[in-house]
Design a protein around this ligand. Sequence first.
Ligand code: F6R
Length: 602
Amino acid sequence: MCGIVGYIGKKDSLPVLLEGLRRLEYRGYDSAGVALLENGVIRVVKTQGKIKNLDALLAKEKKTCSNIGIAHTRWATHGAPTKLNAHPHSDCRNNFSVVHNGIIENFSSLKNELIKEGHKFISETDTEVAAHLVEKYYKGNLKEAFLKAVNKLEGSFAIVLMSSKYPDRLLFARLGSPLIAGVGKGENFLASDVPAILSHTNKVIYVKDCQAGEIRKDKISLFNLKGKTQPLKVEKILWDLESAQKSGYPHFMLKEIHEQPSVLKHLAAAGIKFDKKLTGALKNARQVSIVACGTAYHAGMVGKYVIEEMARVPVSVDVSSEFRYRSPIIDSRSVLIAISQSGETADTLAAVREAKNKGAKIVSICNVVGSSLTRESDFVFYTHAGPEIGVASTKAYTAQLMVLYLFGLNLARIKKSLPVATISKYNKILRNIHTHARLILKNCSRRICDVAGRHHNFGSFLFLGRNLNYPSALEGALKLKEISYIPAEGYAAGEMKHGPIALIDEYRAVVCIAPESKIYEKMISNIQEIEARKGKIVIIATQGNNDIKKYSKEVIFIPKIAELFSPILAALPLQLFAYYIAAKRGCDIDQPRNLAKSVTVE
Ligand code: F6R
């Protein structure tokens, strides 16, 4: 979603701002812009499309130097992705310039009021009202005007303000959408996410919800929305910019796919621990509810199978955006697990707040340290996958699975639902699974690339799996459609005869996830049904099962593993398959159209 960068200091701000924007490109955007304060005048340059268009525009303009500026990449919500709607936005006299991430829900009524009062709007965005509100309230005190304006806004957003009258400061506020302040020496920064400023400083302040503040070149202050000063907590980022680079891979997605063995190894070795409070909450819980979106939701679905099988506790799984509107049965005896890579997904945060209001204890499984979700949770398990830059989630997914398996095993220990010997056997499998993952990447990548080469022109795909690999089928289909734009559906294989079988003919590609399992024979029946209707079958099967080759030439083998753990291994060939198909189709793999890495609007 939108990316914000702000700078004040001794350097020429433009290169700092542009570098920051580039590092936020992964979030997804469709226009970009900067505002620089030069000799008391705000100069705004913005454009539709990518940052390189902005570079080209700036190259044509006279070179100047400004030590303060704000910049933005916009992911359109209100109004088309045009130059006019791109941020920054200004008031009538160009005294106040704002960039904003999120949605101002009451912008329409505010805009009508401001128009009646004589303000002139030039864009269709919700953001522009913020600049005009500051103009309206400005009576000689910037902080006062800014806070008055922010208090008028409803919705979920982060906002940064620059004023031509105040070359020594940038103001900011956060209500829902992420924002950090970077602490430098003689310079300070604002950004939506850490990579934007990491080449300058690894010291950050996570701005909290309903918090505002000000950066000057040698000072950062925080206050609440009434203006009362609040303490600063500076945190050190432990990963470096190298982790947010492609390191020789053509795409972040491929790099992140290859990081999975190491992520799985470290997570399994470290294990997870339940403290007394969580143990108590879980002992007391009648059931566990899981909420998440997209890929994280698929991890949650696998989690249901795993936790129920291991701990014999009922688990419900909901898409976050549905959970809060279906009147879920949640009370103070409920435990809700929220899964999110970014920890900023608006729908998941809304579901968490709903459950919290009803008294539930919140456990989060999250990748981003200090994110909103982690701050609002009672217990946090980090996935420690490192920054995930590719929009399509890969390493975060398998890391989420690993944490869910470890969670299931811990719960089984508390509930005494599994013999101790089985728990240690399962732990051993988890600690060893990274070696299998490594083998898949080493031995199967070439083969998967070839299979993808024979399938990239298919007009649509069906992905089928059963039991624990039904969510794998959903995830395989999601990966393919989001980066290659080929329509792809995931189905529980047993459901095929209840509808989707009507789709099967020689033009339909069907990916069947059929590792060794107790329902393997049932999967084979489904494969035969597809074969009989001339569907083009790709099979993911267990190494050594040569018999399966009679149903298709296109078999991808994964190492033998107990069925319960097969979703972790099945994920890798599915990710690679989607990757190579998208690559063969020349798609923008790391930044697929219309998608954002962190979905901070509901
Ligand atoms: C798919 C993908 C999305 C996210 C979803 C939730 O590859 O990345 O479906 O999984 O938007 O995001 P998080 O995990 O950040 O809550």
